[in-house]
Ligand binder design. Sequence first.
Ligand code: SAM
Ligand code: SF4
Length: 430
Amino acid sequence: MNEYDSDRIIDLIKINGYEKTLHSDQADCYIINTCHIREKATEKVFHDIGRVKKKFRNRKKPILIISGCVAQAEGDILIQKEKYIDAVIGPQSYQNINEIIKNIENRNIRTESTEFDVVQKFDSLNKIKKLSNKISSYLTIQEGCDKFCKFCVVPYTRGPEYSRGFEEIINEAEVLVSKGAKEIVLLGQNVNAYSNNKKKLSDIIYKLDEIKNLKRIRFTTSHPIDMTDDLIEAFKYSSKLMPFLHLPVQSGSSKILKLMNRKHTVNYYYDIINKLKKANPSMKFSSDFIIGYPGETKEDFNETIRLMSKIKFINTYSFIFSPRPGTPASKLKSVDKNQALIRLQEFQKLSEKIKYNYKNELLGKTVRVLVENRLKNQNKYFGKDEFSNSVIIESTRDLTGLEIDIKVSKINTNTLFGKYDKKKDEYEAA
Ligand code: SAM
Ligand code: SF4
């Protein structure tokens, strides 16, 4: 979502005469768009500021703006502590960025803008031109969260759940496709909780199916409790929805899920996975895990290992529990740090093994790849297969934007490799 927000910020500041530069040492203005989900977020910001200061030692100071969730959660502290910062802007108020920059340019006014005006934000964003021309483009349809998992800062930094209007989403998708997007990734902190005027996420998916030059649809991040039957069926009936879902589970222990206020049990999660596989037998899954949540015993952790072994997620994101300021779980007694680290390592070792075995089975098989871009100065292209596996393709021909079949000739844990077969020449024109 920060990537989507950063692109929109670039669209906005263009109106003011600014543009993104690849030469950061010559920038007139720095915008550091931040994430607050886990520890060290604020330290990272201070580090980044240190780097900017170093670059501009003995030179005119650039404008420095901190945006995103760290600005929302700790903006007052940042601006007090670090005089080099000109403004802090929360994720729901960046539509004001041009006015803020003008105030800094003209009158050197320092600003803290952290209102939750999400309706006004999207109203303003709808009026500006989208400049992004990425083959795979993000599209935010929903923001914020009302679920209040006990470990999570999102409800405090992104605010309450808000779903954008159906028509404005479809319009934005059409603009993205007209600019060259072949894949749209629908975004939301709780994307499958999308609800606006009786329209649901499945309605958006079926409507996007009708856009001619769009080839692929994905959505992220989903909460298991909002995987309704109509959405599960979309994996069967939509012609463009990819057979892959990121569905965070957090833990394999129902006791821990309850302590986290996750609102689902492990059995409920298995039921959803089974329904999805029934709807589309080729479905694959990835997930998020929090290891060492307060109260997690060795037996709870073993249940997480069991879940991992059973579902065989083809990708996982796992983190040790990180107490976030202001969340209920931050006040709970932590699991011993060393224990948590040992468990994380065991979990990640298993996850890597599953991932490697899965990729190994793909050796010699053909995968369908949407090619996103060329690797710098090489005759190699980067793309993703239907299950979001990264694929590197050797080719002397420009493959950008094409959807092609590639035979996997080499693998590692994170990537599939193959060559573009010129003789086959069965690619579809961009
Ligand atoms: N809304 C999604 C869901 O409900 O699953 C997750 C969104 S959250 C921004 C992304 C991931 O960060 C979570 O799935 C969780 O695994 C991780 N995360 C969030 N808060 C955390 C914390 N305090 N400590 C460790 N990991 C955390
Ligand atoms: Fe955070 Fe996701 Fe829980 Fe919302 S549902 S509080 S975003 S983890």
